[in-house]
Structures are given as structure tokens and as C-alpha cells.
Design a protein around this ligand. Sequence first.
Ligand code: TYD
Ligand code: MG
Length: 454
Amino acid sequence: MAKNRIVYCCSECGVETANWAGKCPSCGAWNTLQEFQLDSPKRKASSGRLNLSQNSPRRLSDLDTREETRYVTGISELDRVLGGGAVRGSLVLVGGAPGIGKSTLLLQVCDAVRQQRTILYVTGEESERQIRMRADRLQVSNHDLFVLAETDIDAIVREIDQLNPDLVIIDSIQTMYTADASSTPGSPSQIRECTMKILRLTKDKGVTVFLVGHITKEGGLAGPKILEHMVDCVLYFEGERESNFRILRAAKNRYGSTNEIGVFEMETKGLVCVSNPSEMLLSGRPENCSGTCVTCSIEGTRPILAEIQALVSSGGHNAARRSNGIDYNRAAMLIAVLEKRAGFPLSSCDTYINVVGGLTLDEPAADLATILSLSSSYLDRPLGTDLAAIGEVGLSGELRQVIGLNQRLAEIHRLGFKRCIISSNYREVPSGFPGLQIIPVPDIRRAITAVLGK
Ligand code: TYD
Ligand code: MG
């Protein structure tokens, strides 16, 4: 008789080990290894099998892609992030902090998707009545929408078999359980088993599933790392609690690019798509204030203007550094370049950098605006609200070219900026933006002199 095997599973990262230890050998967390009984190998083999296609090699050109139809969810910003709509039979994981609006977004999807599609909303977190009340508030009135309050994944699979929906929403994976795994709901092995069952369902029946996932306080998805490998798309719903802004970002997408972002605003009647994010991100900018500069970032195919704020104040022995929205190491490098190449003694100062609106800028094109914002704060001289800056900064303080310059300038021009400072490294100064003065400079020193007069 096959003996049930014992493994130890880390509740933080989900790694499995044969022996118990006080410290997780993978993520280093203390006291997180929990004992689990693995199922007998026979059952495991049958439950783990995923029948993606006929299991014999077929010629690539013979494979039919017509089946992989997309249908638009009707929420333009979500469709943009998915790469033009949801693909039939795909499994999409939507992660985000509690209260950010995951359930709201997906309930709105239920209303926006029409074309006679049957939709099942499975909730493990709220009662059916609560869903109805929320739906009323959001004015969701889809006749083909069914609601099921259930956490047993095997019962859910049975219901799906009967109802035969086109779209299923499961809110959330951490509340689901299966009798095939012996641990409590939300544990790595439960999440893995439940996701496996859902995955099999999507591929066998061609049903599209949106899965809600909780995130840990570090910002990653709660559960085993394998969760992200199993699904087709991983979307993160982000935003600051104090602001109404919400940004949807793809961390993984088997059917599209991961560069696109979707921008929403949370209003009293739910989430509203923001098709013109630049205007919104720049609204409420302080005037005549030092330590703020605007740049243009390209997110996927769309140029978006963002305001970078900096605050430099004289620090004590332990100078503090915080950076929000710009990679900490990149910010540290820019501060060092500013000190060495422009002579600002920032290493003895507290420096804080923030990108307004909860946006994350990971493009080097934002370097120059960060440098100018820091310089403006250090000198306590405003840059003026009509100025934008685009350019990558090198270690010797030189300004480098960035891709998509014309696209960025067009957006800056569209929003009525009067001056834009760029690298002088381009073959010719771009033209065709009447009313926008383009200032090419070779390095950060010249940039600071040109706009701050130091
Ligand atoms: P919710 O979708 O429940 O978040 P999640 O599922 O990610 O935990 O969103 C709840 C928040 O959204 C709550 O704080 C109230 C706010 N909200 C609105 O501002 N307007 C609305 O129309 C709705 C439905 C929610
Ligand atoms: Mg929710």
C-alpha cells in the first residue's frame, strides 16, 4: 500500500521541503514551514494531468487558431491591458490590495460583457445578497448573470458543468478549498490544487475565468509562486488608498504585451475608465512651487505625462532617502550623479522622491525630470509649470536619447506645455510643435543652468 508522504510547506513562498527547519530554505522566513500530508501518488497523478490537446506532435501550420477568439469585455482599459479583450479559455488572475476595487471591476465586467454570454460570479467572500446590493449600486442589470456563494471548488466545477457559462469569475482563490488537499483554505497546497482544477476547466471547456487573488503585505500574490506560472495572465490592480486613481498593470500576459497599463477612477458609481490619463495626473499641480517637474513616459503604446516631485532638506548624520514610483537604486544613482557632476552636496541631505498619482516610472526617460526636480528643491527655485523634461542620464551626467521622442513631445504639446528640455544628442531638433520651445542640452549641468539659472 502506498504510504502517504509528509512534506513541509512554507506559508510565505510555498516551497516544499522533505525536512522541517526553523527557517525556510527558499525565502528565509522564520517559523513558516508547516506539515502537510501529500495525497497518495495514484490520486495525485490523475488530478495533476492537464489535457491541453491531443497528446501527439502536430505540425505547427496544421494547428487551428480560429478557436482562440477574443471577446471585448466592454471595459476599454481592461481590454487594453489584456491585449484587445479576453481570450476564450484563458485564466486571468487579478491581484490587488483589499478594498482596491477587484470585486467592483469584475462585477462591472459582468455588465459590460453582453452578446448573450452567460456569466457566473462565484463568491467566497460575500453573500449573494451583498453581491446583489453592490450590483444595484453599480447598476449592473445583466439578465445572463448568475451568482453563486460557494467555496468548495468541486461543487463549483459541477455547477459550471451544468450552467455552461462563457465567463466565470471566482472571488477569491484564497477562499476556495478542495477535499483533495488536506490543509486549510488559503494554504499553498489548497491554492495550487484549486487553481489546477480551474485551469483544467478553462482548457477543457473553453470557458474564460477571472480569478481574484489576494496579495501579501510585500505586494506579491499570496500563495505559491507556481500560481503565477499556471495562469495565462497576471494583472495587478494598484493605487493609493487616499486617491481615487487605480492602475491596472499586466505582470504576465500570454496573449499580449505586458507594457500596457489601464487607468481608472473610483467614483460613487464604480470604476470609470480614464482614456486621457495625462490630464488627470496633472490636475491639481501646485503652481510656483519648487521640487516638481513633468516628464512623459511611454506605457505600452500610450504616452502618459507624469509629475515627479522631490523634497531635499538638510539631514542629520543619517540622511534619509525615500523613493516612491521610481526604483530606489535608480534614484540613488541619480542623486550620486547630481552630487558628483553638478556639485550639489546631497549625500548629507534627506531626499524624498514621489511620482504623483501612484504611477510607477521604470523608464530611464524620467531621469532628467527627476534630476531637475531634485535640483529645484535643493535650490528652492520653481521650474515653472510650463516646463517638461525628457532624457536618460548617464553616469558622467550626459543626456542620452530615448525612444519615441516625437510621440512624447506630441503629448507634451497637446497638453499645452511651452518648454521641453531634451538631450542634444539627436541628429536634428524635432519640429512641428508650434508654441513648444524645445531646448536641447548635452548634460545635466547645462540643463540646470538653462532652467534654474545656476
Ligand atoms: P472592492 O471591489 O470591494 O475591493 P476588493 O474586492 O479589491 O477588496 O472595493 C471596495 C472599495 O471600493 C470600497 O472601499 C468602496 C469603494 N467603492 C466605491 O468607491 N464606489 C463604488 O461604486 C463601489 C462599489 C465601491
Ligand atoms: Mg473583493
